[in-house]
Design a protein around this ligand. Structure first.
Ligand code: 13P
Ligand code: SF4
Length: 363
């Protein structure tokens, strides 16, 4: 974190001409050569994505981190849990730098180890050891470590179906956290009945279920504040206006929305859908605005639109901007570290178990 003097110095970055920052970032990046790699999640702003050596969804970014052993510095343009994952999967000689450490994820913050320990106690008291935990990668390293220690696994939205299928074969019951919507969408997709899905209220330590003995999957009550901005009403209005419209959404949207959509997929799958669609196809997308705006511009021969034109982009992803990136590159050029994200070895050891299992099962 910056002290007051450093904060005042940082504020000058907002007064500087963007062209100067762009030129400096390019020069410093070129000076570092293969010692520095810059990666960006698809939800990053255009001004950031423009510099990225690799762009991807959370699975791809985790795979890149696991495979690259040359870059000494990885400037990670994404959110905190993704940078933690990169730190866990890279070697001790590599440093992961997040341009703004305040770029978190509100969903990841909806589950902490204290709550999970209490939940696990209550749930295992009822179901014994015939349960394993499954965590969405959108969770802290500490949550992943808990899951790894209990023999569980991590998932992303692009491998969720495959890994949930595997997990359902390993144990009679699953605890899925922190995103209830992704968990519900995948479970229903895999044929789990609604009455076999319960909801764990983490703030009240309470399991909501009509028939607890029937449960196969217990969902944590977390959600994404970006994807909950899409509603069935948005879908209905667009279908009324444009009967030929294809509605495509991310699986973090509520089940009523995914059920009303034509296609549900991770950020990479949504991009692929637009790419493959014939010219003139009208496609409304329910995911982060930075990505939808970029697809609109790139595929000008297709009618790409926002599912909810009034929705906000992910404000946490948006914390990474040109001034933060320029500041980070200046720090690195001056031999300083920038905001290095480090997971302590004990947490990293167990979290890696859950992540390695995920990467292996994703092949
Ligand atoms: P992806 O796994 O599709 O990249 O999603 C990450 C995310 O944070 C979506 O909100
Ligand atoms: Fe987290 Fe949602 Fe932002 Fe993704 S879009 S980083 S889940 S708050």
């Amino acid at each position: 974190m910056l002290n007051l003097k450093e904060k005042i110095a940082f504020n000058h970055y907002y007064d500087e001409a963007p062209e100067d920052q762009i030129a400096r970032i390019k020069r410093i990046k070129a000076d570092f050569g293969s010692d520095l790699m810059m990666v960006a999640h698809h939800y990053q702003k255009d001004e950031i994505v423009a510099f990225a050596d690799a762009r991807g969804d959370s699975l791809k970014l985790a795979q890149i981190a696991a495979q690259n052993h040359t870059a000494k510095k990885i400037v990670f343009c994404g959110v905190h849990f993704m940078a933690e994952t990169a730190d866990i999967l890279t070697t001790d000689q590599q440093q992961v730098v997040l341009p703004d450490p305040m770029a978190g994820c509100s969903m990841a913050d909806m589950a902490n180890p204290f709550q999970l320990t209490k939940a696990w106690q209550t749930i295992t008291d009822r179901y014994g050891d015939s349960i394993i935990p499954v965590t969405y990668v959108n969770s802290s390293a500490a949550i992943k470590a808990f899951v790894g220690q209990k023999g569980g696994v991590a998932i992303t939205s692009s491998n969720a179906k495959k890994i949930m299928t595997w997990a359902l074969k390993q144990a009679k019951h699953l605890l899925f956290l922190p995103d209830q919507h992704l968990g519900r969408n995948i479970s229903l997709d895999l044929g789990i009945k609604p009455e076999e899905i319960g909801l764990w209220h983490a703030q009240q330590d309470y399991l909501e279920a009509d028939q607890p003995d029937k449960l196969r999957v217990i969902l944590w009550n977390g959600y994404c504040s970006v994807h909950q901005q899409f509603s069935v009403d948005n879908v209905k209005r667009l279908r009324q206006k444009y009967p030929d419209v294809k509605i495509i959404v991310h699986p973090e949207c509520a089940h009523e929305v995914t059920a009303a959509a034509d296609f549900v997929g991770s950020t990479s799958a949504l991009i692929n859908y637009v790419d493959q669609a014939p010219t003139n196809t009208r496609i409304a997308i329910g995911t982060d605005n930075n990505l939808v705006g970029r697809l609109k511009a790139k595929y000008a021969t297709k009618q790409v639109m926002f599912l909810n034109p009034y929705s906000c982009a992910c404000i946490l992803m948006n914390r990474i901007d040109l001034p933060h990136l320029a500041w980070t590159m200046d720090q690195l050029a001056a031999g300083k570290t920038g905001h290095v994200i480090t997971v302590d070895p004990q947490t990293a050891y167990w979290a890696k178990k859950a992540l390695d299992k995920m990467l292996q099962l994703s092949l």
